[in-house]
Design a protein around this ligand. Structure first.
Ligand code: HMG
Ligand code: MG
Length: 307
């Protein structure tokens, strides 16, 4: 398999963590509902390909995201005590109860940086969503679970337009103060560009947030996801969310399309000599297999080139 020539830039991080979101962010937005045994095989193949974290599903209201209504059934098929964390989304205490009953060890809450998306995605307000998350984080941590927090609409909102950096930092800091161990900054609709990314990361730094606790979650709607990942590397970010084959989107955000494709990220990291631990041929084979099941062309340029 052809590979990029590695040319190392010592000013960039030497290793990164790829947080795979294909089974959750990818499949939540597919029209086809993928059978539970296929989802379990997908996750197993991603773990076997070396992805160090694989977000498995969501314990949200099944009417809101019917594609992931089988969360409990899926989780029962997964190696929850294995070495690879398999986090799930939980929006509220009801979701946490379901996740705990299923034996989950890692959860993620997801907040909005804007009022409109808090309403559309969580039937809540900016402040009420934080009140909703407070007992979720407290109880999850008391049960020994690891909690990640997302902020959506960090670079723009389809209903409100531009989103102020201070607003994103304020919501993000409140989530960290609740006890989340990692904050994933979501470009839900893919409108961010490179300097905007760096400005946001710097603003968190100025507010006292360690860059090591930040992750970047890019969607590729306007073709900027990889450039934005490179920009984030330049300011020291070392965790990147990505989705195998570029599957993905968000059912409650207009014009949210696929995530940054994991294969495209891996290709760039290989060229930069940045360690990630993922076996590209196995990952490409997995995305080709999933694209056949979904009967669609893979969004990832690297998958299309290598298959
Ligand atoms: P609601 O209708 O306001 O819920 O929805 P409620 O609290 O009023 O409860 C109504 C009923 O739902 C009750 O049942 C609850 O028990 C039940 P009833 O008493 O009527 O029989 N219920 C639940 N059932 C199962 N699981 C639950 C649950 N919660 C309540 N967890 C709610 C509020 C938060 C539940 C809803 O808005 C929801 O599920 N939203 C999730 C939307 C979603 O999953 N969006 C996609 C993920 S976010 C994303 O993709 C962005 C991200 O990728 C980052 C980025 O790109 O920026 C993370
Ligand atoms: Mg997303």
């Amino acid at each position: 398999m052809i590979r990029p020539t590695t040319v190392r830039d010592e000013s960039l991080p030497g290793a990164v963590t790829i947080y795979e979101v294909g089974p959750r962010d990818g499949l939540q937005n597919e029209k086809a509902v993928v059978p539970v045994e296929v989802k379990a095989e997908f996750i197993g193949r991603l773990v076997a390909a070396g992805l160090p974290v694989v977000e498995a599903t969501s314990f949200v209201h099944p009417r809101w995201v019917p594609q992931l209504a089988d969360a409990a059934e899926l989780v029962a098929r997964l190696p929850l005590d294995g070495p690879t964390p398999l986090p799930v989304l939980v929006p509220n205490e009801r979701g946490l109860d379901r996740a705990l009953a299923a034996g989950v060890r890692h959860v993620a809450i997801f907040a909005s940086a804007t009022e409109t998306f808090a309403r559309k995605n969580l039937n809540s307000t900016l402040d009420d969503q934080l009140a909703m998350f407070e007992p979720v984080v407290a109880r999850a941590r008391a049960a020994g679970l690891d909690v990640r927090a997302y902020v959506s609409m960090c670079f723009g909102d389809p209903w409100e337009g531009a989103v102020a950096t201070e607003q994103v930092v304020s919501v993000g800091r409140r989530l960290l103060d609740l006890g989340a161990s990692q904050l994933s900054l979501g470009d839900t609709i893919g409108v961010g560009t490179a300097e905007h990314v760096q400005a946001l990361v710097r603003a968190f730094g100025e507010a006292g947030t360690d860059v090591g606790s930040l992750a970047m979650h890019f969607h590729d709607t306007y073709g900027q996801a990889l450039a934005n990942a490179y920009a984030a590397l330049q300011v020291g970010v070392t965790t990147f969310d990505a989705s195998a084959g570029g599957l993905g989107g968000c059912p409650y955000a207009e014009s949210a399309t696929g995530n940054l494709a994991t294969e495209d990220l891996v290709w760039m990291l290989d060229g930069l000599g940045i360690e990630h631990g993922v076996d590209l041929p196995s990952l490409v084979a997995t995305s080709v297999w999933m694209a056949e099941i979904l009967a669609k062309e893979p969004a990832s340029a690297v998958v299309r080139a290598l298959r």
